[in-house]
Design a protein around this ligand. Structure first.
Ligand code: NAD
Length: 678
């Protein structure tokens, strides 16, 4: 096998070049090649400096993830990097593309780093539930200081080359189209000087002088890190870099890394990494299916969803025509969109020109005729079959042939909606989540007659607008809301049977969800869809509305709220619930948090099993993608199906039986056979 690494000599400089497409991952052959390259440089007296660079689109973009979990084959990356750094001839990393993870570590082990301005550097290991190797946690703080290292190591977002230069991670920015030549000139200028080794640096003393920076960092990023093990391990490793020798720090880093690598969180996060990519593939749609060109999008309804959906396309540079029934609704809808953009600009995440650019590509209208030349129209009107049918009948008459007609319905039957058109093959569900300009998930609902090109185009488009897509078949609530209904059903039953509603919320918070169902109800407004007759009380929600407990906006709903929107459980509500239970003839009892957790989560897994059995989801991991991106299921458990695999399907079945809840045949058979979903 030929090595992916070759060397070229330019005068007294040896250039070590990796050519390992697509992203120069640091597999065994690359690591061995790097060591061989450095040995060649050291054994050749005419070589006085070394460059490491990559062919193709990027510098080393990370470890070879397919090697994870397999027996390690030497040289290990830390060993290879120690060999690089030990060189007494200057070694310069010449960086373009993305120097990520192990790639960034290669750069850190080199004595100098030069980069083109478009390059990015980062240590994203925490996103897979891990921490970077010793180069990341021990060399980086010694090079740039603990404070600058913390976000890179513990949050994991890459930084642009310019920022890397500002913090001292990059020594020099070089010309975009002359990376190698500039790197050689740079290397030559360093010949004869003592080589700086980042493992010997001491910029990390900032963490010793002011040990509070670690707690401050934790406090500032608490929400992002909640429940995740890896960021805390990363912080500890960076702190160790200030307190101990490099060797001791590297040893501690290894221990922390191994704990994470063998723990469930990282397994779950690696599962998710592959799940997200798999969800993009539709098994029976060929990869080379021709796509429909989407140059202009129409949206019907400028309400909560329509406006947010429109923003996705505008932000991606696709013009949108948005239609409403009345001028005031149209003005209100577009006004909200502008305000959202302006708020983003205020936070520095958009320029004023970008705001105007996006809003300038928006055409508000009351006239269906303006949608005629759209390539895709997404309907986001009221959740009512008759209204949807009326809209699709009109769209079918007006919109050009070959255009996609999509519905954002949450529960309704896409096949029935498609049946009123003469082009059911062009009808699809594009189910966005609220707020649609923020939430990552897009459930792509495949109707019975939906064409392959319509599906393939929708998947491709989802990427363009920054969404994570998963395909669902047509069933009430599709994948996400269908499973949510089962959780909500139990939540409602539990509080009638005597569980504290705040315990129900807290169980989900403790599990890692951002919010529980009753907090959610208060936030959205308990009076949504209320009939406005206080004398008619058939549910707990109606009972709350009857006494003006409409949710956060009223200062009280399930909870009482103070000015800062902090919630306190309410005795009045507890009483309202128990009165309602008595009226319904439901006896109340104390219910433990364990029972609450099992009754909320196991029925979801059971429903997921049915969804799989019916072929409504292509694979269990698609269900995990839906729940992680659409409903805040904690990423570090891998999603409902992976979590069920982790705790054991027999545990889930036993739990369902204990609480007299239905067990699907599919789940039972898998459990009995000792199998998993994933
Ligand atoms: P909304 O009431 O905020 O907005 C609906 C808008 O559609 C209103 O502005 C209304 O004036 C307009 N409209 C109604 N009929 C129309 C017609 N014939 N022509 C043009 N405009 C018309 O509702 P929403 O929350 O945005 O929900 C819209 C759809 O999205 C529903 O199908 C809903 O189930 C789905 N959905 C909602 C959410 C959510 O969290 N709100 C999430 C996912 C999907």
């Amino acid at each position: 096998m030929t090595s992916p690494i070759r060397t070229e000599k330019h005068d007294n400089v040896l250039v070590i070049i990796s050519d390992n497409p697509p992203v120069n991952a640091l597999g065994q052959a690359v690591r061995a090649g790097l060591v061989a390259g450095i040995e060649e440089a050291l054994s050749d007296d005419s070589v006085e400096a070394v460059i490491i660079r990559c062919d193709g689109r990027t510098f080393f973009a990370g470890a070879d993830i397919t090697e994870f979990g397999k027996p390690p084959q030497g040289p290990s990356l830390p060993d290879a990097l120690d060999r690089l750094e030990a060189s007494d001839k200057p070694v310069v990393a010449a960086i373009h593309g993305t120097a990520l993870g192990g790639g960034c570590e290669v750069a850190l082990a080199c004595h100098y780093r030069v980069a083109v301005p478009s390059a990015k550097l980062g240590l994203p290991e925490v996103k897979l539930g891990l921490i970077p190797g010793a180069a990341g946690t021990q060399r980086l703080p010694r090079l740039v200081g603990a404070e600058a290292a913390l976000p890179l190591v513990a949050i994991g977002n890459p930084i642009p080359a310019k920022k890397a230069k500002d913090i001292g991670l990059v020594d020099e920015l070089v010309s975009e189209d002359a990376l190698e030549a500039d790197a050689i000139a740079f290397a030559k200028s360093k010949i004869g000087q003592p080589v700086p080794r980042s493992s010997e640096g001491n910029a990390n003393q900032d963490g010793i002088k002011n040990p509070d920076i670690f707690d401050e960092f934790r406090a500032k990023n608490g929400r992002k890190m909640r429940g995740f093990d890896a960021p805390n391990a990363a912080i500890e490793a960076v702190k160790t870099a200030g307190e101990k020798s490099y060797e001791e720090g590297a040893k501690r880093e290894r221990e922390l890394f191994m704990q994470l690598m063998t723990g469930t969180q990282s397994k779950a996060m690696r599962h998710y990494f592959f799940a997200e990519r798999a969800a993009n593939k539709i098994d029976d749609v060929p990869a080379d299916t021709p796509l429909i060109d989407i140059k202009k999008v129409g949206i019907i309804g400028a309400g909560t969803m329509g406006g947010g959906i429109a923003m996705n396309f505008l932000s991606a540079g696709i013009p949108v025509t948005i239609l409403e029934m009345k001028q005031d609704a149209l003005d209100r809808g577009t006004g909200v969109m502008r305000k959202n953009y302006e708020n983003t600009a205020k936070r520095g995440r958009m320029t004023d020109e970008q705001v105007e650019g996006a809003m300038g590509s928006l055409t508000p209208t009351l006239d269906y005729g303006d949608l005629a030349d759209c390539d895709l129209v997404i309907e986001a009107v009221y959740e009512n079959m008759d209204v949807k049918k009326e809209v699709f009948t009109k769209l079918d008459e007006i919109v050009k042939d070959g255009a996609i007609l999509a519905s954002n319905t949450s529960y309704l039957d896409i096949n029935e909606i498609a049946s009123v058109t003469n082009r059911p093959g062009y009808v699809i569900g594009l189910h966005f989540f609220s707020p649609a300009n923020v939430m990552k998930l897009l459930e792509v609902v495949r109707g019975e007659k939906t064409r392959d090109d319509v599906l393939a185009t929708s998947m491709k488009l989802s990427k363009k607008i920054g969404k994570v897509a998963a395909v669902s078949g047509v069933c009430p609530g599709f994948i996400g809301n269908r499973m949510l209904s089962k959780r909500q059903e139990q939540a409602n039953k539990l509080i009638l049977e005597g569980a504290n509603y705040w315990d129900v919320d807290d169980v989900l918070l403790e599990f890692g969800f951002p919010m529980g169902p009753f907090q959610m109800g208060d936030l959205a407004g308990i009076d949504i869809g209320w009939h406005r007759d206080p004398s008619k009380v058939t549910t707990v929600r109606e009972a709350l509305c009857a006494v003006g407990r409409f949710g956060q906006k009223a200062g009280k709903g399930f909870y009482d709220y103070d000015e800062s929107r902090n919630r306190t459980p309410s005795d009045e509500v507890k009483q309202i619930i128990s009165d309602f239970a008595e009226k319904e003839g439901t006896k109340q009892r104390d219910i433990s948090k364990d029972e609450i957790r099992e009754r909320l989560l196991y029925p979801m897994v059971n429903e997921g099993a049915k969804i799989l059995d019916e072929g409504m989801a292509q694979r269990a991991s698609d269900i995990d993608v839906v729940w992680i991106n659409g409903y805040g299921w904690p990423l570090y458990t891998g999603g409902p199906m992976f979590w069920a695999d982790t705790i054991g399907l027999d545990t889930v079945v036993a739990g369902l039986e204990k609480h007299d809840l239905p067990v699907s045949d599919y789940l039972r058979k898998k459990a009995e056979a000792g199998k998993t979903f994933n």
